[in-house]
Each structure stands twice: as structure tokens, then as C-alpha cells.
Ligand binder design. Structure first.
Ligand code: UDP
Length: 538
């Protein structure tokens, strides 16, 4: 802290203490003032106490408060100062003719909390400044340490601009390791236990319980955000916490929308919270498909914020060697010639692995690999246990292979004869569909959401009704029994995927949004500016 600031603090502290101690200086207020005046101030006792303790609270906060430990310090300081206040009142009550005044205690308490609040605000605005560098400095936020589809996309975006980016994760995990291996500076700012358990379906009670944890993390992000030009929220919780934080820090916000904001994915309360937060805090919303964009708008989201940019993928130049594929087959216990279908992605009810297992019963001798794990909730873990039980059915015995979560997925795609996507709710994008296409495998996908945008039925894949094991079984039998159809579809799809989903092109579009958003001065933002449509970059 600078010398002048320290002196100013000491002066404030002295003034605060003097005002707080005034009752002990005698039987009157402001003993150096004429008696008349003193009586007048006596009437204002409540307000004087409030002001005195506000000054004291603010001074103590500025001297010792840190935003990282905002809540614990707030309670500690308020408690300490209130004790001091009560002590002063007790001393005062021992002076003949004066009694303990509870109104003064309350005034002190209110003043102290208000003063600490002012101290926090002053601290927030005195830290960090914009980079002023050539490339916009971006602070990415993501709620999880696990590697889901949204995180894999962020990994590629952040790695491509590692020198000008930092990532804050709300949980530790393999995602942090992957980011650090890619040279991206990453820190973990933990979200409290209560706030972590709030999921997409959460109701009011659990949201309220999680508030202290959320506010604390928000303050830390405000502090961090002030050293960047743009804040980029990559997940729903990252938006809810990072959106207000970006606003408080005076930085523009990009929200990368990887979810369909609708029933089945989010509770009504969460839908409203997300959309209002995006409307109020974000300067740009990157939707990963028309389906996510449409759902956002249908829920009340501002259309002019949105731009649709699909996920991007590295186009592999080499595929897995045949020997490696054979040994993978053997290690999974799949016979050498068995027709095999791959379903990749986390194990969760809405992803529909159970639909594939049901369909597989009608496809004799076919094997299925389930690649992925239950990543996020207890419900998912329970579902995963159910899948293992389902695979024990006599009609499926030995034909379902659980491969767990694998960082290197390409060998599994190369092993498969077909790739299945079977989400029972509309898929926001469906990375595994494009990955199957790039591996030159015929893909069957559920006809809804982003999946239906990627796959052109009969041309670049087969579409089936979501949740229909019967239709899925039929499509599987077609691909199994008509190898030339399977081959044609796979080749057309591979060409299309290489043309549309190449990572470089997608990264350029995202960079354009970042530059465009960074160039908007938030301080000058008015309703009119915020309502200006985002220039199309897709
Ligand atoms: N994935 C992976 N390892 C696994 C299973 C899946 O890396 O064991 C990857 C998969 O290749 C895909 C992503 O996880 O890139 C899942 O993305 P998708 O859009 O299909 O689903 P999301 O997880 O985003 O709902």
C-alpha cells in the first residue's frame, strides 16, 4: 500500500475512533463546543454512532480485508467492532447520568457493515488494469475439472492463444492438467461444497443455500477479471458467477453456450437465471448450434447477442495402425471379426446408452463399446451402475464392453464399424458425431437438436427418433447388412466434416468474436449499444 494511502487510512481510523470514543470524554458530546451545540448533537446520537462505526469499519477493511477471504473477514471484523461498541456503551453507562443505549449498539453494527461494504467496493475498483497489449487478454471460466465436450472445445481455444489467456476452473481435475500441458496458465478457484451440488435441475432452496459460496467466488473473479480485457464464460455456472463479476469489474463478457436451455436439461428457475444473466451481463453469446441458439431465444434470450459457431476439430493426418486396433480389440475381449458399434460420451441417462443396449438385443452377434464414464452427478453414477446391470441380460452377455473414460479416443473410433449417438433429449451439438465422421465411420444419430443439423439423413448418416430402440436397431441392421451403403455414407460424411468443422476455421471465428467484444468499451455501454446486433462472423 502506498505511503499516502496509509496516512489517509490512519487519519480515517483516528477520526473513527475519536467519534466512537466520544461518549467517554465526558458527560457531553463535543466538549469543546458550546453546550447548546452539544445538546443538538446529542439528538443525532444514533447517526453519529452510525457514521463513526462506518468509518471504522471501512478503515479496518481497507487495512486488513482481502477479497479472497471476504466472508470470514467480514464476520470477524463486524464481530470485533461490535464487541468494541458494546464495551464503549458499557463504559459510558458507568458515567453517572448516562445509561446503556441499545440504539447506539445497533447504529454501530449497521454503520460497521456499511463501512466494510464501502471498503470492499473501493478495493474492487482500485485493483488491476486493462492490458493495453495487442491481442485481447482473455480470462476463461469453466466450472469443472472434468473433460466434457465443452471443456475439450475450450482446451483448443485457450491453447491457440495461450500467451494471452488464463483459465480459472471452479474444480480441479484432468482438465487443469490438459490445459497446463498445452501451456495455458490455469488456476483453480474452488466453489464451495453447497454451490457445487447445485445442478441444472436445482430449485430455489439449494440455490439459496449456495449463495455465500457463489458470492465469495464472484468477488475473487472480479479481482482477477480486472487484469483482462474480456471474460469468457464457458459453462452455465461460469456465466452465473462470472457474468455479474465481469460487470462489477467493468469488463465485457462472452458466454459460450454449449447447452440447450429448456426443460429436460434445466429447471425453470435455472433457465430464467441463465437467460437473464446472459441478457444483462454478456456482450456476445456464442451458440454451438442453431438448436442452442433457438432455445436461448425461445427462453427470452436476446437474439442480437447470438452468433452460431460450431465446435472445431483437428483433422487427423494419421489413423491408428491396424496392429494397435487388433490389440485393442483383444484387450476389450471383442472377437476379431465381430461387427462393433461405438458409443462415446459420458454415461448419463439423457445420453441414451440404455437405448443402444436395448437395440443391440435385436442385432445378433454385434458388439458395443461404451466409451466414457459418469462424469458429473450421483444420478449419472447410479445410471452407470444400471447400465452394467442391463448389460448382464442373457441376450447381451459378453457383447457390451465398458471402456471407461479415455483421453485418447481415436483408436476406439478406428476399431468401430459404426458410431452411435442416441441422446433422448435434444443434443446441443454432439462432438462424437463429427468425430465418427472424421474417422470415416457411418454414424447413426438421434433426430433432434444439434445432431440433426450435423447429419443429413441417408446422405451423411442415418437419423432415428430419439429414444426409439426399435428404429435404432433397424438402422444398425441396415449398416451391418449393407456394407456399401455404410461405406458411401461414411465417405460423404468425412468430406463434409473436414470442410465444415476444421479447427483453424472455427478458431478464427471465435477470435473475431473476442476481438469484436474486447473493442466494446463497457464503461460507455448504454442500452442502445448493448442492443446493437453482433456482427455475423460465422
Ligand atoms: N470423450 C473422451 N473420452 C471418453 C469419452 C468421450 O475424450 O472416454 C470425448 C468425446 O470424444 C467428445 C466429448 O468427450 O469429444 C463429448 O462431447 P459431446 O459433445 O459428444 O458430449 P458432451 O460431453 O459435450 O455432452
Amino acid at each position: 500500500m502506498k505511503r499516502n494511502a496509509r496516512i489517509a487510512l490512519l487519519v480515517l481510523l483516528a477520526a473513527g475512533l475519536w467519534l466512537a470514543l466520544k461518549p467517554t470524554l465526558g458527560n457531553r458530546r463535543f466538549t469543546f463546543l458550546p453546550f447548546r451545540w452539544s445538546e443538538y448533537f446529542d439528538l443525532m446520537d444514533f447517526w453519529l454512532n452510525l457514521g463513526a462505526f462506518a468509518m471504522l469499519g471501512m478503515t479496518v477493511w481497507l487495512a486488513f480485508g482481502t477479497l479472497e477471504k471476504a466472508f470470514s473477514r467480514l464476520w470477524m471484523m463486524t464481530g470485533g467492532i461490535t464487541l468494541l461498541n458494546i464495551l464503549l456503551e458499557l463504559v459510558q453507562s458507568s458515567i453517572p447520568g448516562r445509561a446503556m443505549d441499545m440504539a447506539d449498539v445497533w447504529a454501530g453494527l449497521i454503520g460497521c457493515v456499511g463501512g466494510i461494504g464501502c471498503g470492499m467496493v473501493l478495493q474492487l475498483f482500485s485493483i488491476g488494469k486493462k492490458s493495453g497489449g495487442k491481442e485481447p487478454q482473455v480470462l476463461f471460466l469453466d466450472q469443472t475439472g472434468r473433460l466434457g465436450g465443452a471443456e475439450l472445445m475450450l482446451l483448443d481455444i485457450a491453447a491457440a492463444r495461450a500467451a494471452d489467456s488464463e483459465v480459472i476452473l471452479f474444480h480441479d481435475g484432468e482438465f487443469r492438467t490438459a490445459l497446463e500441458n498445452a501451456g495455458v496458465k490455469t488456476t483453480v478457484q474452488r466453489l464451495s461444497e453447497e454451490a457445487s451440488t447445485v445442478d441444472k435441475q436445482a430449485g430455489l432452496k439449494s440455490v439459496l443455500r449456495s449463495l455465500p459460496g457463489i458470492l465469495q467466488l464472484m468477488l475473487r473473479i472480479v479481482q482477477a477479471a480486472r487484469s483482462f480485457d474480456v471474460v469468457y464464460a464457458n459453462t452455465a455456472k461460469a456465466l452465473i458467477i462470472g457474468g455479474p463479476a465481469a460487470r462489477l469489474a467493468g469488463r465485457p463478457l462472452i458466454f459460450h453456450l454449449h447447452d440447450i436451455i429448456a426443460d429436460g436439461h434445466f429447471s425453470l428457475l435455472n433457465q430464467q437465471a441463465l437467460v437473464h444473466c446472459a441478457n444483462f451481463c454478456a456482450q456476445s453469446v456464442i451458440a454451438n448450434s442453431e438448436a442452442t441458439k433457438d432455445a436461448f431465444i425461445a427462453c427470452g434470450g436476446r437474439a442480437e447477442l447470438c452468433v452460431v459457431i460450431p465446435n472445431g476439430f483437428r483433422i487427423p493426418t494419421e489413423r491408428t495402425a491396424a496392429t494397435q486396433v487388433s490389440s485393442l480389440r483383444a484387450s476389450l475381449g471383442i472377437p476379431p471379426q465381430a461387427w462393433t458399434v461405438l458409443m462415446a460420451g459420458r454415461l448419463a441417462h439423457w445420453k441414451g446408452q440404455h437405448v443402444l443396449l436395448e437395440a443391440l438385443k435385436a442385432v445378433p452377434a454385434a458388439h458395443a463399446i461404451l466409451l466414457g464414464d459418469a462424469l458429473f452427478t450421483d444420478e449419472d453414477r447410479e445410471y452407470a451402475r444400471g447400465l452394467h446391470a442391463q448389460a448382464e441380460a442373457p441376450e447381451l452377455a459378453g457383447r457390451v464392453h465398458f471402456a471407461g473414460f479415455q483421453k485418447e479416443t481415436m483408436p476406439y473410433f478406428d476399431l468401430a464399424d459404426a458410431v452411435v449417438h442416441a441422446s433422448v433429449h435434444p443434443e446441443p451439438f454432439g462432438r462424437v458425431i463429427v468425430e465418427g465422421m472424421l474417422a470415416c465411420k457411418p454414424v447413426i444419430a438421434a433426430r433432434a437438436g444439434g445432431a440433426a443439423e450435423i447429419v443429413q439423413h441417408e446422405q451423411t448418416g442415418l437419423l432415428v427418433a430419439p429414444g426409439s430402440a426399435g428404429e435404432l436397431a433397424e438402422a444398425l441392421l441396415r449398416l451391418k447388412n449393407e456394407p456399401s451403403l455404410a461405406c458411401d455414407i461414411a465417405q460423404r460424411a468425412q468430406q463434409m466434416a473436414q470442410d465444415i468443422y476444421a479447427l483453424n476455421a472455427v478458431q478464427e471465428k471465435i477470435e473475431a468474436v473476442i476481438r469484436q467484444t474486447a473493442s466494446r468499451e463497457l464503461s460507455q455501454e448504454t442500452e442502445t449499444a448493448a442492443n446493437q446486433p453482433l456482427q455475423q462472423v460465422a
